[in-house]
Write a protein that binds this ligand. Structure first.
Ligand code: NDP
Length: 687
């Protein structure tokens, strides 16, 4: 083979490298200026070569674009084959195809925009149409192949066509929404839920999918609260549209001025009364919360309302002490800062701890002199309304805490409202990104309490009983619907057999049942849709080769078939790259991973995009602090898990959020500083 003078690179390889470089430049150009503007001259300029050289390799623009399109399709094919090789079951193979097509790389703005440019040209350019046909045929035949061992041929072909259409549709919607509507993770979860739903055995109890119900609710202009444990309707509340939100903001603006003019001590007195009233009504509120969320009454009686009351009590005490500082600027001047309220702020809540979230947001906001408009999650609208009534009973003037009901559209009205100065959201990462993007238009500040996949590290010197308790609390409390759950349980090798044995013994006697019974320890998941998601992840765990130690089933004994109950589930023999280990499931699903040494476990614990919480169980004092210092998480526990006293700030790092709730730290997020310079002498003027 001829070699270039003075070069060790074979000519053919050099040509291949040049072709690859030009293809990359074409992707860049498509992402930046689109199909029409991506001319040979422009791409050549970008690559530092002449248009003639590009023509030498690809003939013309169509040739270059076809090669680029082929290259995108080929890369996808390589990734898909790699994933298919790792899948060991028919369901796993279907998931591999979904995961490859909706991988993070395909949601990357650069690659995604290039794909979009091609899809737009396919109807007009025969050469691209050929590539497109190859892509479609390959996806369909892979899907059919996976499904034909699960269904008869006709059903398999029909489901394969649906999945292919959904993959393209979900991706396209995300692309057209400029990547705000869905990310890779949520798109894959959606598809997994859909496939599992379709593959569910005929004799499995059928529940109306929550999304169809949600549509109906939107159409009716109401939020319908449903008891997830029984499927029975609890209440209907009107959705707040633009007019209602504007009116609420106007009332809040008016009320906030007078509220901010009061002293902190006066505000604190009202908040203190609210804390007392919450405690007085503990039982009634706990029952309502259990009905609305499906959580066991034994939890809501001691945590949900009590945590809200503690929060009001804490900020009632701090209110009088909220202050700026004095600064000595020498003999001629001094300075001081005033810590002032922001004005009207919005709170948007998730469905897992509705009352607690409403309290955690409103108590510091009100203590600082703000007014708050709060939107609970559509699935759990009830207890925030009760909080509003109790606050009025405590003496809070009208307009300072108002609840608006609705779906994400109502949330968006708040995040985009020009007179709302801040949004505090508890929700998913995708929602956090959308809220932050919307808030940018009016430069609101945001506090974001988002999702997690937190590590719980158990060293082999740990107290076994405490470590097992911590892992159970950090995975199964509230049926696992807790953002800070330690769902990646890393156990040091020598302790693993003892840990698993004890865990299994204790999990198998947990009581699943009617949430209203005082002895029930595991209640219902929030909705049929969420149940499908959680069961989908359990199926994926099996398909990925994790070993099911216990649980893994939906519980449908007697009346429980009307609800969304899942047995506490433990997977062992998990690997860091499994979906059940990487993605937030938000259900009672623990994954156990084994580790050997400290350095290794820290690196693996940090290898996630989330950073909400972390826990360490060990008897070695110095190791506990050394490890905690290196973990990338906002909230950590040593020899304990998921305890959240109001005094301690709570929040996440990385994709788990921004800002902090609770503690003195929250005061910073609900106030702004005004700096004042005070001259004590004459103005020295050169004029
Ligand atoms: P979502 O993100 O789906 O919803 C949260 C709230 O945001 C809901 O009120 C929702 O309204 C609203 N919303 C949705 N989209 C928008 C939008 N574009 N603009 C404004 N508001 C919007 O979360 P979930 O309710 O499903 O809660 C589960 C998630 O919350 C999990 O990821 C969990 O980890 C996280 N979480 C985090 C906590 C933390 O402190 N870090 C604590 C608890 C939960 P609607 O419901 O009507 O759609």
């Amino acid at each position: 083979m001829p070699r270039a003078q003075g070069s060790a690179v074979p000519l053919a390889d050099a040509g291949g490298a040049r072709r690859a470089q030009l293809i990359e430049m074409t992707i860049d150009s498509l992402a930046e200026v689109g199909y029409v503007e991506s001319t040979l001259t422009r791409i050549g300029r970008r690559a530092g070569v002449s248009a003639g050289l590009i023509a030498h390799y690809f003939q013309d623009k169509d040739g270059l674009l076809e090669a680029t399109f082929r290259s995108l399709v080929a890369r996808l094919g390589v990734r898909m084959r790699a994933r298919l090789r790792q899948a060991h079951t028919p369901r796993g193979r279907v998931q591999a195809i979904i995961d490859a097509n909706l991988a993070a790389e395909e949601f990357d703005r650069r690659t995604g925009t290039a794909w979009l440019a091609f899809w737009g040209q396919v109807p007009h350019v025969e050469r691209l149409r050929r590539v497109q046909r190859v892509y479609q045929r390959r996806m369909l035949s892979n899907l059919r192949h996976g499904l034909r061992s699960l269904l008869d041929a006709e059903e398999a072909d029909s489901l394969a066509a649906m999945i292919a259409a959904m993959i393209d549709g979900v991706w396209l919607r995300a692309a057209l929404s400029n990547w705000t509507e869905a990310d890779s993770e949520s798109a894959r979860a959606l598809l997994a839920t859909f496939v599992d739903f379709r593959l569910k055995p005929q004799n499995a109890p059928v529940l109306a999918p929550a999304w169809s119900l949600a549509r109906q609710r939107v159409a009716d202009g109401v939020v319908i609260s449903i008891n997830p444990a029984t499927g029975k309707e609890l209440a209907r509340l009107p959705v707040a549209g633009p007019a209602e939100v504007d009116a609420a903001v106007a009332r809040a603006v008016e009320a906030q001025r007078a509220w901010a003019a009061r002293t902190g001590a006066e505000r604190g007195r009202i908040l203190r009364r609210a804390a007392d009233l919450l405690r007085t009504h503990n039982e009634r509120l706990a029952v309502l919360e259990t009905r609305d969320t499906g959580k066991p009454i034994q939890e809501t009686r001691v945590v949900d309302v009590a945590s809200g009351a503690d929060c009001f009590e804490y900020y009632a005490g701090l209110a009088a002490g909220i202050a700026g500082e004095y600064l000595d600027l020498g003999r001629e001047a001094f300075g001081y800062t005033r810590r002032e309220p922001l004005g009207v702020v919005a709170g948007i809540g998730a469905w897992n701890y509705p009352l607690q979230i409403a309290c955690w947001k409103s108590a510091p906001a009100l203590a600082c002199g703000n007014a708050m408009i709060f939107k609970p999650a559509e699935l759990t609208p009830l207890t925030a309304v009760e909080l509003q009534a109790l606050l009025h009973e405590a003496g809070l003037p009208e307009g300072l805490f108002q609840v608006v009901q609705g779906y994400s559209d109502t949330g968006r009205l708040l995040t985009r409202h020009a007179q709302i100065r801040k949004v505090s959201l508890t929700g998913e990462v995708g929602t956090g990104k959308a809220v932050m993007a919307d808030a940018a238009a009016t430069l609101k500040t945001v506090t974001l309490e988002l999702g997690g996949k937190s590590p719980l590290i158990i060293f082999d010197d740990a107290d076994l009983e405490n470590a097992v308790s911590g892992a159970m609390l950090g995975n199964f409390y509230s049926a696992g619907e807790v953002c800070s759950n330690g769902t990646r349980v890393f156990v040091q090798r020598a302790l693993l057999p003892h840990f698993l044995e004890r865990l299994q013994q204790r999990v198998q006697v947990m009581r699943i049942g009617d949430p209203m019974r005082a002895d029930t320890q595991v209640g219902s998941l929030i909705s049929a849709e969420h149940l499908d998601k959680v069961m989908g992840y359990i199926a994926r765990g099996r398909a990925e080769g994790a070993r099911l130690l216990i649980g893994g089933v939906r519980v449908v004994d007697g009346d429980l078939a009307n609800g969304n109950f899942v047995a506490p589930t433990v997977f062992t023999e998990c690997h860091d790259d499994m979906a059940i280990v990487r993605e937030e499931i938000f259900g009672p699903v623990m994954t156990v991973l084994v580790f050997d040494d400290e350095q290794e476990v820290i690196e693996r614990a940090n290898a996630t995009q989330f950073g909400l919480a972390a826990g360490v169980f060990t008897r070695e004092l110095t190791r506990a602090h050394r490890v905690i210092a290196r973990l990338e998480a906002g909230t950590c526990w040593i020899n304990q898990y998921n305890v959240t006293p109001i005094e301690l700030p709570f929040g996440g790092v990385k994709l788990s959020g921004l800002g902090r709730e609770n503690g003195r730290a929250a005061i910073d997020h609900y106030t702004q500083l005004k700096s004042v310079y005070v001259a004590m002498g004459d103005v020295a003027s050169p004029y």
